[in-house]
Design a protein around this ligand. Structure first.
Ligand code: KIV
Ligand code: ZN
Length: 527
């Protein structure tokens, strides 16, 4: 049976949180992730408590197939889902990719709106109905948990929508998804459409109805909630609202709306809201896609109170201007964990608590960098430690190693970088002028290790924790042919963090070139 269906039958107010960050989110421009990054996000989503992780679209590429099947092996609690069109090869690939998961789902879809059927599919209503019956029946050979989506559902005529939903349920679909694919619906209209299905489809009680709303008009979250108020019990969403075009409904906004307005929205889910901030930040770091400062729940200003009147009210009673606490989304959760005098044993055990078990050499290296950071920064927070040890595996297989950097910056110029790197153990030096210090640093790296095919696609800086002594975290994205990598570098000095980030990205690119798996460091097929 379908785990989600059983949960909703047992508790009619239970809302299934279906996360599609790794599928709809990842397919949007600039959000692509490599295998290692997808695995990291999958673990975080599982820990966050999402019910379903849509891990990818297995037929899309060998890389997608591999990431879905690797995610299926490591996810402990969530159902792992693979997407497929209504085609035999797609469904077979999805079925194969999710095989190892403890709880698995195939999500198959076809367009049902007149516009899509005429221009995109070039199929009539009868052929679409036949394709639905065949695809769902085939998918049921791989798993009992089959979701069927009516792509462009919100622009589908009521009569036909009822017909296709009934067909999909008869063929064995246990979740029926009604996407607002182009973000066109408004809440009242979308809610009415969901209610109409409950009123008219005779076998509707044999499935859960799901929402999947895009944000083209900024209404994705409102539409999703309208769907739930009218009987839907699954919401498809993404962290930070990433996704095609203007994105999908943002998971953090939906979950906090349900939690904050329990008076009007008495629905339950099992998201651990204190893990929201961390998950959001990790996604931003991995993709280099930053969150706008005024973004609800996870924006830098979401809990900041600037005006005097608001600050005064906050001091008297936080509820005057805060409808939810920063702690409830894990904002002030980054605990003070270590300081300058902390020893190696404490460092090792803190890392283990954070999920990093490092071998001796890697631990020594990370500890040396921790001491270095602690010399310059009074308090080390969990997030500082996470930034510090990230990519330890890549470092282990690194061709290039950052050694030292001196920079001339400021108005008198010329801005110059004196950089020393180790290339396969051999120390190399370069002194290069640039159009600004960052340009000089990146040119110096290129002078030491030429890589004319690698193009810089993104350079982004943000502070990991607050204060002027905050650790800067830099993301550098490099692209070469079909390979895209994001490198991260963290340091109290932004320019050193920039050099580290570039070197980290270049190491990842070189690992990809030699087809080494960045997770394990062992030879494998093309990533
Ligand atoms: O937006 C959409 O219609 C989709 C489907 C594949 C569910 O992403
Ligand atoms: Zn979508």
């Amino acid at each position: 049976m379908s785990r989600a269906y059983d949960l909703v039958k047992a508790d009619p107010n239970r809302v299934i949180i279906f996360d599609t960050t790794l599928r709809d989110g990842e397919q949007s421009p600039g959000c692509s992730m490599n295998l290692e990054e997808k695995l990291k996000m999958a673990v975080m989503l599982d820990e966050l408590g999402v019910d379903v992780i849509e891990a990818g679209f297995p037929i899309a590429s060998p890389g997608d197939f591999e990431s879905v099947s690797e995610i299926a092996k490591i996810v402990k609690n969530a159902t792992v889902c693979g997407l497929s069109r209504a085609r035999e090869a797609d469904i077979t690939a999805a079925g194969e990719a999710i095989k190892a998961a403890e709880s698995k789902r195939i999500h198959t879809f076809i367009s049902t709106s007149p516009l899509h059927m005429k221009y995109k599919l070039k199929m009539g209503e009868n052929s679409v109905i036949e394709a639905i019956h065949e695809s769902v029946t085939l998918a049921r050979n791989f798993t009992d948990d089959v979701e069927w989506s009516a792509e462009d559902g919100s622009r589908t005529e009521d009569d036909f929508l009822c017909q296709v939903v009934e067909t999909a349920i008869n063929a064995g679909a246990r979740v029926i998804n009604i996407p607002d694919t182009v973000g066109y619906a408004i809440p009242e209209e979308y809610g009415r459409q969901i209610k109409m299905l409950f009123d008219r489809v005779p076998n509707i009680d044999q499935a859960i109805i799901s929402t999947h709303c895009h944000n083209d008009l900024g209404l994705a979250v409102a539409n999703s909630i309208a769907g739930v108020q009218n009987g839907a019990r699954q919401i498809e969403c993404t962290i930070n609202g990433i996704g095609e075009r203007a994105g999908n409904a943002a998971l953090e906004e939906i979950v906090m709306a349900l939690r904050t307005r329990q008076d009007l929205l008495p629905y339950t889910n099992k998201i651990e809201t204190t893990k929201i901030t961390r998950t959001s930040r990790t996604l931003s770091t991995i993709t280099g896609f930053s969150v706008q400062p005024n973004k609800a729940i996870v924006g830098a200003n979401a809990f900041a109170h600037a005006s005097g009147i608001h600050q005064d009210g906050m001091l008297k009673n936080a509820q005057t201007y805060e409808i939810m606490t920063p702690e409830s989304v894990g904002l002030n959760e980054s605990k003070l964990v270590m300081a300058k005098h902390s020893g190696r044993a404490a460092f090792r055990s803190k890392l283990a608590e954070l999920g990093f078990v490092l071998e001796d050499d890697a631990l020594n290296d990370a500890f040396a960098r921790f001491k270095n950071l602690a010399d310059r920064k009074k308090e080390i927070f969990e997030d500082d430690l996470l930034a510090l040890v990230e990519d330890e595996v890549v470092r282990k297989n690194a061709v290039l190693q950052f050694v030292s950097l001196q920079v001339v910056a400021g108005t008198s110029g010329p801005q110059t970088a004196e950089l020393t790197l180790k290339v396969e153990g051999e120390q190399k030096f370069s002194k290069v002028e640039g159009n600004g210090p960052v340009d000089a640093i990146f040119k110096a790296i290129r002078a030491i290790y030429p890589h004319p095919e690698g193009r810089l696609k993104l350079y982004q800086v943000h502070a990991v924790t607050g204060g002027t002594d905050a650790q800067a975290e830099v993301t550098v994205r490099l692209e070469e042919e079909d390979k895209t990598v994001n490198g991260q570098g963290a340091d109290a000095d932004t320019l050193v963090a920039s050099a580290r980030a570039y070197v980290n990205a270049l190491n990842k690119l070189l690992i990809k070139r030699t087809s080494l798996n960045p997770q394990t460091g062992v030879e494998k097929g093309a990533i």
